[in-house]
Ligand binder design. Structure first.
Ligand SMILES: NC(=O)C1=CN([C@@H]2O[C@H](COP(=O)(O)OP(=O)(O)OC[C@H]3O[C@@H](n4cnc5c(N)ncnc54)[C@H](OP(=O)(O)O)[C@@H]3O)[C@@H](O)[C@H]2O)[C@@H](O)CC1
Ligand SMILES: Nc1ncnc2c1ncn2[C@@H]1O[C@H](COP(=O)(O)OP(=O)(O)O)[C@@H](O)[C@H]1O
Ligand SMILES: [Mg+2]
Length: 275
């Protein structure tokens, strides 16, 4: 497994053309946040906006609409029970499903709707509760442009491999056999794995050990795919950038608060684009 470094991230995050417009930077739809976990939807959406997504729409529980708009006016919102959600999902360039989704019957229904509406050309980021639901209900995901973002226990639920067995040698084999697309095995360090490449992240640290840090990562990955395309280098660059933003905060803070991590991402992207 190869180290993924700042100079490799800088090959992904290039300066924008002068004529660049929002339609070229990806329409992201984030399906997240039940009545208890509205913050997860807000953090994912904030990270997507701050990492440069062209348009961000959040499909979430009705209760979260006003807090989302108050915190993040750049994001659009739709009730996840709205009959128009499938139409919106079919128009998306990137879909995130799972942060704070919950694991009840309603959440399973929403996940099933997402899996049936995603088009072949869209990238699909599966995180948090969506991973747990897929594991618990033995759902087979066939979508090729999938990005899985489990923490070690979510990965265990998904592939029946306890954290100590999630080694650099075993993970690429298991990912190849069981998971279509790209696996982002989060941890210290996070490993990003596809069929022909596997990277160990070199940024980040324990200042990131706060609920919500993974939720923000989904937004950064979504925005990177929306701007730079779907491939393992782009996803590894998103992972590097997210943790580098946390490192920037950790230089003079004990804790890298997730919403601050999202807010620091534009600075890291600027630094990368100047190299
Ligand atoms: N503000 C919000 O709205 C927030 C919403 N959130 C949303 O909540 C949903 C549930 O997500 P979740 O990860 O909290 O619970 P779950 O899937 O049951 O896993 C917990 C189990 O995994 C373990 N574990 C975790 N990491 C580990 C590691 N590195 N290494 C080893 N073990 C590790 C952990 O271990 P323990 O802490 O018990 O030692 C426990 O056993 C999800 O949708 C998420 O997006 C959260 O993001 C919080 C902020
Ligand atoms: N000690 C650490 N070193 C490096 N990264 C860490 C550390 N602790 C947490 N992280 C990062 O924080 C994120 C945690 O994700 P996750 O457990 O899904 O959080 P949540 O669901 O609460 O948002 C991952 O990106 C992980 O790599
Ligand atoms: Mg998580």
């Amino acid at each position: 497994m190869q180290d993924f470094t700042e100079s490799m991230a800088a090959q992904v995050v290039r300066p924008r053309n002068n004529a660049n417009y929002k339609g070229q930077n990806g329409h992201i739809v984030i399906v997240a946040g039940n009545e208890r976990f509205g913050g997860a939807a807000i953090m994912s959406a904030q990270a997507a906006v701050y990492a440069g997504a062209g348009l961000v729409t959040v499909a979430t529980a009705a209760k979260n609409h006003a807090p989302l708009h108050a915190r993040l006016p750049e994001a659009m919102v739709i009730d996840w029970a709205d009959a128009n959600l499938p139409i919106l999902l079919r128009q998306a360039d990137v879909i995130v499903v799972g942060p704070g989704l919950g694991v009840d019957a309603a959440a399973l229904g929403i996940l099933s709707l997402v899996l049936s509406a995603v088009t072949d050309s869209a990238a699909l980021i599966i995180d948090g509760s969506a991973i747990t639901l897929i594991a618990e209900n033995h759902i087979k995901v066939l979508h090729q442009q999938t990005i899985w973002t489990p923490h070690p226990i979510e990965l265990q639920r998904l592939v029946q491999l306890a954290p100590p067995a999630q080694t650099d040698i075993v993970l690429p084999v298991v990912a190849h056999d069981q998971l279509p697309g790209i696996l982002v095995a989060k941890g210290a360090p996070t490993r990003t794995i596809a069929d022909h490449a596997a990277f160990r992240n070199t940024s980040g640290g324990p200042a990131m050990a706060t609920g919500g840090t993974g939720d923000t990562l989904t937004g950064v990955i979504a925005a990177f795919c929306g701007q730079f395309g779907f491939n393992v280098h782009v996803v590894a660059a998103a992972v590097w950038t997210h943790s580098a933003a946390a490192d920037l905060l950790a230089a003079d803070q004990y804790v890298a608060v997730p919403s601050q991590v999202a807010a620091a991402v534009p600075k890291i992207m600027r630094r990368l684009s100047q190299q």
